[in-house]
Design a protein around this ligand. Structure first.
Ligand code: SF4
Ligand code: SF4
Length: 282
């Protein structure tokens, strides 16, 4: 197999994994629930979704946001939406919207847990009899699981269709901040992790990487500035696999030349022009 077809195969595999994850969402939905965790915390219980969020944070120490690029059902759904709307989305300060959701939500979890006398039990199947979302028995006092399912799908799909590429990941995802924090801690302590590196000397500024990036990052600017680490990068490797000059590579390494951490939220042009989309020329 020549290198080009091997790379295409890798992206096909990635899309397949994301699609599979989305198809399984009726089974896994409540393991990502931002609501179930509140009920569990108020009883002092660590539930399945809190365990998943903790795993995301711990995993991001070594793998960054690999989950977003390769495993997230909402990511798979939004990638499908690019068939209808493939516009780059505004980054920069707009990325802070999700923190406006995340910080009060995490504070509420903490308050509920403190009022319950702390977290004193672990139940991965809390509120999930049988361990599968669509198996939950009907409870007249609670909304049915499929209603929640359609709300979540509608939210992420609607944002992607209305605004553009993975808008839900940028603006509303309650899971992304866990992984961003994990990555930032890893950068801070200079721990080894999966990282993108680039060779600016090989870059011809063709902007193929910008067109391929599902997170609308200005990858070209990242390459030229020698700062390949960005909190919105999901390590999907679309830029790596799409580059005709093999500018990029993936390394398990500490921060160093070519992978220095960017300032903070938002990438490339979006960093210089807050809330404006990255524009690429064909
Ligand atoms: S940002 Fe959130 S919705 Fe998007 S891929 Fe990551 S976990 Fe999924
Ligand atoms: S910079 Fe590359 S690896 Fe990161 S999200 Fe964009 S295309 Fe994917």
């Amino acid at each position: 197999m020549n290198p080009t077809s091997r790379l295409r195969t890798r992206q096909r595999l990635r899309r397949l994994l994301l699609l599979l994850s989305f198809v399984l969402l009726p089974v896994t939905l409540y393991y990502f629930s931002p609501v179930l965790v509140l009920g569990a915390a108020s009883e002092g219980v660590v539930n399945g979704s809190l365990l998943v969020f903790a795993l995301m944070l711990a995993g991001a120490l070594f793998l960054g946001r690999l989950w977003c690029g390769w495993g997230c059902p909402a990511g798979g759904l939004q990638d499908c939406a690019t068939l209808v709307n493939d516009r780059a989305v505004p980054g920069g300060r707009c990325n802070w919207i999700k923190w406006g959701i995340w910080i009060p939500w995490v504070a509420l979890i903490a308050v509920l847990a403190i009022r319950a006398g702390g977290l004193h039990g672990v139940d991965p199947f809390y509120g999930l009899e049988g361990g599968v979302t669509l198996d939950i028995p009907e409870d007249p006092s609670a909304p049915p699981w499929y209603l929640i399912y359609f709300i979540v799908v509608g939210l992420f799909l609607g944002l992607a269709l209305l605004i553009g590429r993975r808008a839900g990941c940028h603006y509303v995802c309650w899971m992304a901040p866990f992984m961003i924090i994990g990555r930032k801690v890893s950068n801070l302590v200079r721990g080894p992790a999966l990282r993108l590196t680039a060779r600016p000397d090989l870059c011809t500024n063709c902007l193929t990487c910008n067109r391929h990036c599902p997170m609308s990052l200005d990858v070209n600017v990242m390459v030229r500035s020698g700062t390949m680490d960005d909190s919105e990068c999901i390590l999907c490797l679309s830029c790596v696999d799409g580059c005709p000059r093999q500018v990029f590579s993936l390394r398990y390494d500490r921060l160093g030349p070519g992978v220095h951490s960017r300032r903070t939220e938002g990438a490339g042009a979006a960093q210089d022009f807050p809330c404006r989309p990255v524009h690429t020329t064909e």
